[in-house]
Ligand binder design. Sequence first.
Ligand code: DAH
Length: 331
Amino acid sequence: MDPQALDDAALAEIAAAATLDQLDELRVRYLGRKSELKLALREVRDRETGMALNAAREAVEAAVERRQQELERAELDRTIREDRVDVTLPGTPHLRGHLHLVTQVRREVEDIFLGMGYEVVDGREVETTRYLFDALNMAPNHVTRSPLHTFYLENGAVLRSETSPSQIHTMEAKPPPVFMVSLGRCYRRDTPDATHYPIFHQVEGLVVDRGITLADLKGTLRTLLRQLFGAEREAKFVTHFFPFTEPSVEVLVSCFQCGGEGCPMCRHSGWIEIGGSGMVDPNVLRFVGYDPEEVSGFAFGWGLERMAILRHGLPDIRDLWADDLRFLRQF
Ligand code: DAH
């Protein structure tokens, strides 16, 4: 074999290698264990030939090395050129969620009462009839006991139709004084329409201590109304009936749409119904082992959806649960 001819051919091909892969192939072909050059070197018998072959090998090795550096350099240049990040391009906006309107109202009411020193108590969505009805002084034939009104589960369990059982659990757990609110979901067999939905939320409030009077109820609920609906709001209290309060009062707020002039929102009365309240019935206090001669209390239970609807003038409660982001994003 002629080292010079081999060299010329190899060097030309190596210099022309277009990629690192190609170069690697050439390196194997010309310098690998089975290459012509290596085989020839193994056969060498005289010094002259040995030196010539070694010189040829070194030349090829140097050429591979050089070409490798060139190709790597070119590759690096290409990367730098093409993979450049254009920091002036507009970013992809991250969609941020936010709290559902009813959750916002819930937290707001919780904050108002925490600010007045109340504790926020968790309730149970699955109740027994004892807590949902008996403890709340409901007569055996009371309408809400009907399966047409309340969802019955197996083994006498019920989905609570109001948050009032939280009162009982709270009082059973500790002696007076009690200053608590409990907020959460309730369930009723209502056909959905603009003002009804089978799942809804209430805030239950309960205060029991020595010497609590109707004046405390009125002052507290007037404060709540003003925080929720504006500092100029007036409250009106009219007699009503609930089995667990005596006397019972329906609370109304002066219309914040028309300021009391009369408009569709207040049905031209100047007043808007907010929810029920009353002085805790002695039977309820007795049920939990409190002494109605010693302590008295007031309670209330209001709908959170109703607050949201009134505040924003929403036409239909069903919109709150239709999962239409175009609607929900407004709040
Ligand atoms: N539980 C009543 C309802 O769902 C609301 C209510 C009225 C709760 C008066 C009370 C109360 O605690 O004192 O209609």
